[in-house]
Ligand binder design. Structure first.
Ligand SMILES: Nc1ncnc2c1ncn2[C@@H]1O[C@H](COP(=O)(O)OP(=O)(O)OP(=O)(O)O)[C@@H](O)[C@H]1O
Length: 400
């Protein structure tokens, strides 16, 4: 081979190498730039959330605020850190849409649960603010108590009373743990949730639609008394309002009524619907969302309705409940549950009627068919959000 040919090959080879290196380093450079931008954006949005929250909390809790009559105790970062054993993993209770939740013990021995807003929170500033603003002004034995907050050192945390039996879903839908809840407990849980909701709708100073009532948002104390929690999506309403409209439908699949899912209309009757789903889940020990009858493909609501029509409602009762159940009470609860999940909001009872119906043995009206017999074809915006509350529904649904 001639020397000139050899030099040609060599220079081609060098050129190729130079291009490869140049390309490689510019791709690397672009990737690094992208990573830096993502990192800065994340930090910036977290700082923004914290900034807005600080402002809200300051407005609410300083002399200039409107709510200076309501005192919510302030905890310093070092105090919370000490109470939770430096946010140790042993103290971690779980992870929700806001971020991790830690158990802590106060100096006087009281146990607390600390919700720490995380940088990757799927629920934003509005939900966090809402939670603080709603819940600290409400006082009812069936609502979880907010004990204080921390807004310091770029940290936002909410401090609640600790509920030793955690959330209802963790017991109700667990095959072995569900036996911890006999009919007596379940009856008390149904009644407690009903009273807590009635307080929110009618008796509290704020009047609130919860909008995310579900088994995961019912916490249980030592004696299995229920406490409604998670007010991040709650909305205040005026006494004369019958419903509001929103394009941003939020909530949790399986608990959302048709008028809200399809038309974005929510009212106290949306909570009544979710309550009805919850009652049927408590009696059956099954999740509405996951239940699909092998016989006819109906979800839990459709299944309960068919059994009711065939006079076989007792077949709905979960295995772990069969020994302890009081038949008349169980049948009445199922009947009330079915009244609450009726397709038309105006057919559903108010929570004050529900509390009355649960407390006496008078004749109940006949329920009409429930909404969403079968599992609707829902496609969450981001499938990962499904385990948490804030689920935006983009597809339309059809009820039957
Ligand atoms: N006050 C509390 N006492 C005891 N455990 C709690 C308390 N609050 C929350 N937890 C537990 O912490 C975990 C996370 O709760 P969190 O309310 O943040 O989210 P979630 O209800 O699981 O989801 P989402 O954010 O969708 O409501 C759950 O396991 C819950 O049982």
């Amino acid at each position: 081979m001639a020397a000139s040919e050899l030099t040609g090959i060599k220079s081609d080879f060098n050129k190729k190498k130079v291009i490869e290196v140049a390309l490689g380093s510019s791709v690397g450079f672009i990737l690094i730039c992208l990573a830096v931008v993502v990192y800065i954006r994340k930090k910036w949005s977290h700082a923004q959330i914290q900034g807005t929250l600080m402002k809200t909390l300051c407005e609410d809790y300083t002399d200039g605020g409107q709510n200076k009559d309501v005192e919510l105790p302030f905890f310093s970062f070092s105090e919370v850190s000490k109470l939770t054993n430096n946010f140790s993993t042993d103290n971690k209770l779980g992870q929700g849409g806001f971020g991790p939740v830690y158990k802590g013990v106060m100096e006087d021995g009281r146990e607390i649960a600390v919700k720490r807003l995380s940088e990757t929170s799927t629920q934003g500033v509005d939900e966090f603010k809402n939670e603080v603003r709603c819940i600290h002004r409400l006082q009812h034995r069936n609502l979880v108590k907010l004990l204080g907050f921390c807004a310091q050192k770029n940290e936002i945390m909410l401090i609640y009373e600790y509920m030793p039996n955690r959330s209802l879903d963790q017991i109700l839908f667990d095959e072995t743990r569900s036996s911890m809840l006999d009919w007596n407990h379940r009856c008390r849980i149904i009644n407690g949730i009903a009273r807590g909701l009635l307080y929110l709708h009618q008796d509290s100073c704020l009047r609130i639609i919860h909008r995310d009532l579900k088994a995961g948002n019912i916490l249980l104390d030592n004696d299995m008394n229920p406490k409604i929690s998670d007010f991040g999506l709650a909305r205040r309403f005026k006494g004369y309002e019958t419903g509001s409209n929103t394009k941003n439908v939020v909530g949790t699949y399986g608990y959302i009524p048709p008028e809200y899912a399809v038309h974005g209309i929510f009212s106290t009757k949306s909570d009544v619907f979710s309550f009805g789903v919850l009652v049927l889940e408590i009696v059956s020990g099954m999740k509405n969302r996951e239940f699909s009858s092998q016989e006819h493909g109906d979800n839990l609501l459709g299944h309960a309705w068919r059994l009711y029509k065939d006079d076989k409602s007792l077949d709905l009762v979960g295995r772990s409940l069969r020994e302890s159940c009081i038949i008349l009470e169980v049948l009445r609860s199922i009947h009330i549950g079915l009244l609450c999940v009726q397709n038309q909001p105006e057919d559903r009872p108010t929570m004050s009627s529900v509390v009355l119906m649960l407390g006496n043995d008078g004749v109940l009206p006949q329920p009409k068919p429930p909404a969403f017999f079968t599992e609707p074809d829902l496609h969450p915006v981001a499938p990962t959000t499904q385990q948490f509350s804030v689920v935006n529904i983009t597809t339309s649904l059809t009820g039957r």
